[in-house]
Design a binder for this molecule. Sequence first.
Ligand SMILES: NC(=O)c1ccc[n+]([C@@H]2O[C@H](COP(=O)([O-])OP(=O)(O)OC[C@H]3O[C@@H](n4cnc5c(N)ncnc54)[C@H](OP(=O)(O)O)[C@@H]3O)[C@@H](O)[C@H]2O)c1
Length: 1175
Amino acid sequence: MAPLWGLARALRAERPDLKVEVLDLALSEVSAGAACVVCVSTESTIAIPRRPVTCGGREPCKVELPALLPLLRQDPELAVREGRRLAPRLADATAAMPETLSFSQSQGCHLLSGGTGALGLVFGAWLAEKGARHLALMSRSGRVTDESLLGLFEKVQKLADVHVLKGDIAKKEDVKTVMQQANKLGKLKGLWHAAGILDDHLMADLQQEHLQNVLLPKMDGTLHLHNHAKEMKLELSHFVLFSSVAAMLGTAGQGNYCAANAFLDAFAAYRRQHDLPAVSVQWGPWAEVGMAARAGTSESVVLRIALQEGLQAMDNILGAQATSHLGAYVGVARIKWRSFLAQMPRLPSFLENFQQYAPKDAKKGGLVAKGAAPSRDLVRIGIENVLKEVLGPLAAIRSGDDSLEDFSSPLMDMGLDSLAAVEFRNRVQASFEGVRLSSTVMFDYPTVADLTDFILSQFAPDDDADGAVLGGDLSAAREPLSMLGLAGRYPGMSAQTLRFEEFWSFLLSGQDPICEIPIERFDVDELFEEDRGVPGKVYVREGGFIPGVEEFDAAFFGIAEPEARSMDTHQRLQTETAYESFYNSGFTKETLANVECGVFMGCCTLTGITVDYEDIGPFTNIGSGLSGMSGRISHALGLRGPCFTIDTACSSTLVAMDCAVQASRLGRQELACVAGTNLQLRTDMWVGFCKMTGLAGDGRCKTFDQSADGFGRSEGSGSVILRLKAAANAKGESGLTLTRGSCVNQDGRSATITAPSGPAQQRALQNSLRDSELSALEVSLVECHGTGTALGDPIEVGAQEKIYGKEPRRPRGVIMGRDDRADQDQLILAAAKSVIAHLEGAAGVAGITKLVKMLEHKMVPPNLHLKKLNPNIDLSNFACCIPDKVMDWAVTGSRCAGVSSFGFSGTNSHVNLQEAPTEELQATLQQLGERPVMSWSRSDLSYKDWAKQLWWGISWQPLPASTATVNEAGEWLVLGGGSLVKDAAEKVLPKATVLGMECLASTEKVDELLAKPYAGLIFAEALKAEDPTLQGPTLASLLRLVQGLALKSSTKLLLLTSGAQSAVGGAVGRGLLGAGVWGFARSVRLEVPHVQLKIVDLPADQSLAELLPTDSSFAPFCLLQELCPAWASDEDVAAQQAEIAYINGERCAPRLRTTPVPAGSKRLEILGCSGSRCI
Ligand SMILES: NC(=O)c1ccc[n+]([C@@H]2O[C@H](COP(=O)([O-])OP(=O)(O)OC[C@H]3O[C@@H](n4cnc5c(N)ncnc54)[C@H](OP(=O)(O)O)[C@@H]3O)[C@@H](O)[C@H]2O)c1
């Protein structure tokens, strides 16, 4: 249990915002600071059952835990011993130490685990200098691997009799062997346990393997040394454990290391309780050599120990221990207490003896107290000072001198690694009482100036603390819009019906539509490479796809086929879905003509038709341009309002929606179509996202889950029709929902151009609320951007918490007051991407569509893939819920919701919708239900795009002539081929049984025949080929034979044909039959894989007499030559030679290759094709 104390201390260092409390109730003799309860909570109360706690099956310890909990709040580490409460306090032990140790160990041997490492050698030399004669240095490698330590090693070798012993301290047997070997060198007197490694990770990233790597050598190693010493009845004078100051104070990113070393400390105490020598030294980082020096640890708080100082300290410790002046463990570290305590929000009681170093006064200590609104300069200087200290030597390296004055560049560019970033955040947070900084603070506020603004905003927020609210009093221009209808195609819908309702039922079903990239998009096998470092390759095989993208009803839109073929697939699909949305809103082509309707489209994956130059036609440019996407719809339907296509990446369609909303309010149009399409046709974009490591390995968005590893790519096309509500009412039109308002903004200078920005998202949410004239608490659901990235998800939820989690109340000059969202009005965090993955440019319209359906049905489909919340998402102060099953969307008032989309170039958008009044919704649905479902007469226009990849050909690759000799002594069965084959076989396969085709006349005969275990079978009937019509018995007999073999275990089968692959000369008949045998053989190979099949085609222009041996010497094309190597044990060789043909005198094997379309070849015209599909 002792390691839990170490773990708890590390957690406290990493997450000062958590209350980490440790209570030790273990009353056993083993326990010396062992913990049995660790409470981690952000609340002030902890739920622990009100009953006596039993510890490890021993007697009930009769401690009422609830009574102890208030005490834990004062003292977060407590132990209970015989009814007494004990709290640890760090004390200065220097005074208790004698000056030097008189140490002389001329007899006996000292074993140092980790002895070939830095401190092992440092203390080896030290022991030798003090007179130790025999030293055993143990490590896994059994050698000094760090070249800089070789000099020290030589020194030790000169001073003592040194033996390097190989062994893993974590392995019991190794330790036993090494201790026995060492004991032979001289009676073992000292055990110095310095073996250990670092494997640092923040708590959130810590995996079991990281724990094991660090815990095993320290913990198991200690136990093995102790147990074997006991077994060997050693009388040790020293048992020294090399622990770390990390176990004493806790270090961010070293949870495993803190735990391991805490065990050493507790174990030393245990040995001392049993009157066995032991001391555990909690070392601070050493200078010059060793793991800390190698890692270049920051000296901003803990300075490194010089070699001489460290050795002197050991002298003192062992001396003090000898005189029982010292406890079982002791810390040796050079701590800058003032800097150390400045990181902490308040002085921990554990360090109360160091009170004099705690910052007393806000100004002097750099600490700004709660309630006092500091000046901008004070905040900025405070942050810069922390930064200087944390960066330490790095700052000097960057600036070239000791003073770093330029803090304008992004924090991430200044060299803060993830551990230093935690220290930086903690220390800044501690400097400003009441300020809370999230784990994503460096992304949200990437520069010192941004962070300064943020901190100031928490002290004295103005009315719009999270960003300027634009627009002044524009309430007149904030009229809502009715959504008259919508349409779309999304993953999960079927190709046949294209019924939009299917999207909703699919979302409710909880199914996962993500699948392997279809061959119609591209051949993922060609592009896939598991190794993410390989250039030009993708590491993902799956995504979300919609069917039927190659089809289009050109005639409906009056587009001639050549023009339709020149239209990009996005353009064709979008034209259809846009029209469907008009149709579902009650319009027809006729009623739309000359309407002042705007078309606002989002798209960021336009393929552009890649055609050969000679194929470029008059419609190519308009067919492949972004302008053509939106222009096509306006043109085809005769719409006359504003019209454009927007590419702001993943926010494209919500930005389009914002444009449509504003253009309507400005009176530029009477109707608006907002649409977006995303198809996954461009392989270069797949490669690009993989190189960004932006994609999830499994192609799925694991939104909000701790396994979130990037987004999955997906397809879809959607469209909605909007009209200002008053205008719609005047026309007697009813709507599905109301679009209340929207916002577009930019991240500005975020951490990187593609990194999301929490503050910018907050501004977008806030301004959208303003534009919608809604209060934050009126919104009960957000359809989140939710891409499923480890960083993006926490940033998004953080921004939502800031805006939707509370209603701001802002008294000036104090930390912001707020009315929190009540628990019963939890904000629902929905995420369509967790099901259908990321539609990128069309993600916004997909989110809107899902939301419209949720408002209609008053239900929320589940988010998929959420098993364990991303540890960086902090929901402790946020009344929200993430649905994992279908849930009712219950509210007291009207349902209002937001949809978010954030583009990777930094453009964000947020839109707010509200449910339509029930009667209006019912009227809309009824009208929709009365309209016949839109039906299309589509043609497949994919021919031109794909045909080029469908040309395949066989080339015959020459193989070396067979040099095999006959060594086949087994019994073979030769079937068919007539008398020539019989004669030949009898000569060269003396043990062969040669039978005519009559033995394959029936299934029963075949079964009888195969009852004998032949070494292999040769089917030679196709060689004879007296029957060229294919209607004779050859193929039927072969089929029967294969059916018989299918029931047996592995068998060898050689098929002989003649002229099947080189039908030259006069043997066309034989060749024809042989070709049939070859085709048959290829399906046998797939269907009956345990038959080892080889097929050989002999030349047709030679007579059989020439081909087959007449004596035991080999003819040029002797079948036996093929027989021998064919059954090579090497499967690869056998596979390479599974098909052989003798062509133009050469022995060849067929190889498939793609054949480029010959230039100038004409497209095949299929005449008389009508109906919905031409194939
Ligand atoms: N240096 C410091 O600043 C510092 C500060 C505080 C505490 N400490 C503690 O002091 C000890 C020594 O540190 P150091 O700086 O000398 O480290 P080091 O230079 O990395 O040496 C560690 C040695 O341990 C050996 N080792 C690791 N795992 C082992 C295993 N399973 N079995 C046997 N040998 C193993 C390594 O050799 P192989 O890889 O060949 O096995 C290496 O020789 C460590 O326990 C460390 O936690 C050091």
